[in-house]
Design a protein around this ligand. Structure first.
Ligand code: APR
Length: 240
């Protein structure tokens, strides 16, 4: 497959599914996880900050880190990649679904509505006792860890390592990828499952999977075509 064939397959497709990862928000200034220099996991151990055990052992340190990421997110703006994916949704309508691993809320701010957040959302927190979800206040008033209106300690409303993804989100995404004629995998290293496995649902049912990433990833050799570029330029080339 070449770029022209990828473009025409995407143009002709009535059902399109998209999986995004941290790379889509890199151009909004939000660090990715596995970039050797700037990635979160190059500076911290995920098990120290993104696991239920870490939160049990040291809730203050875990919340301080999330409060910092929350500040990054509130300062960030959606970039061209987020906007192009919202436009693709406009174009495809009911046949479109965007499944994101990102917790920064930038797809929704760019106008994406047919969206599932597989790993939760950093802009909200969850009451540890009742499970109720509350929007987070201004980060400067955010004490670590925040207390819910019910008086219980809250935790970030995101999926930690060793935890299950929200079942309905994963099911919706799996169905969309299984029925997609074309799937896009944008800005993800493809190393975290079950999210990374969604691409295989499309391949298994005879669909085409196109990657947009400046680097080669674990998924590249298994996919139909790769646009070796950053998300905003790569998506623009595909949607031309
Ligand atoms: N445009 C597109 N892709 C980019 C860009 C960019 N401007 N910059 C970097 N990338 C790519 C990198 O090449 C890499 O393949 O984005 C990918 C980011 O990979 P990771 O840092 O591993 O992030 P992600 O794939 O989203 O991680 C998945 O792991 O830590 C957990 O829950 C966390 O959701 C996260 C999951």
């Amino acid at each position: 497959m070449n770029l022209e064939a990828a473009r025409s397959a995407l143009r002709a497709a009535r059902r399109v599914a998209v999986l995004t990862g941290a790379g889509v928000s890199a151009e909004s200034g939000i660090p990715t996880f596995r970039d050797a220099q700037t990635g979160h996991w190059a500076r911290f151990r995920p098990e120290d900050l993104a696991s239920p055990d870490a939160y049990r052992q040291d809730p203050d340190t875990v919340w301080e880190w999330y409060a910092g990421r929350y500040r990054d997110v509130l300062r960030a703006e959606p970039n061209g990649a987020h906007r192009l994916l919202a436009q693709l949704e406009e174009l495809k309508g009911e046949g479109f679904l965007l499944a994101t691993q990102n917790v920064d809320g930038l797809h929704a701010r760019a106008g994406s509505r047919r969206l599932v957040e597989l790993h939760g959302n950093l802009l909200s927190a969850r009451d540890e006792v009742t499970g109720e979800v509350f929007a987070l206040p201004d980060p400067d008033t955010l004490e670590t860890p925040p207390v819910s209106p019910n008086g219980h300690r809250m935790r970030p409303n995101i999926v930690w390592f060793g935890e299950f993804l929200p079942e309905d989100a994963l099911e919706t995404a799996a169905e969309a990828f299984a029925s997609a004629e074309v799937a896009l995998v944008v800005g993800t290293s493809g190393v975290v499952y079950p999210a990374a496995g969604l691409a295989f649902e499309t391949l298994r049912s005879g669909g085409v999977v196109i990657e947009v990433n400046p680097e080669i990833t674990e998924l590249t050799s298994l996919l139909s075509f790769s646009v070796r570029d950053v998300a905003s330029r790569g998506l623009a080339a595909l949607l031309e």
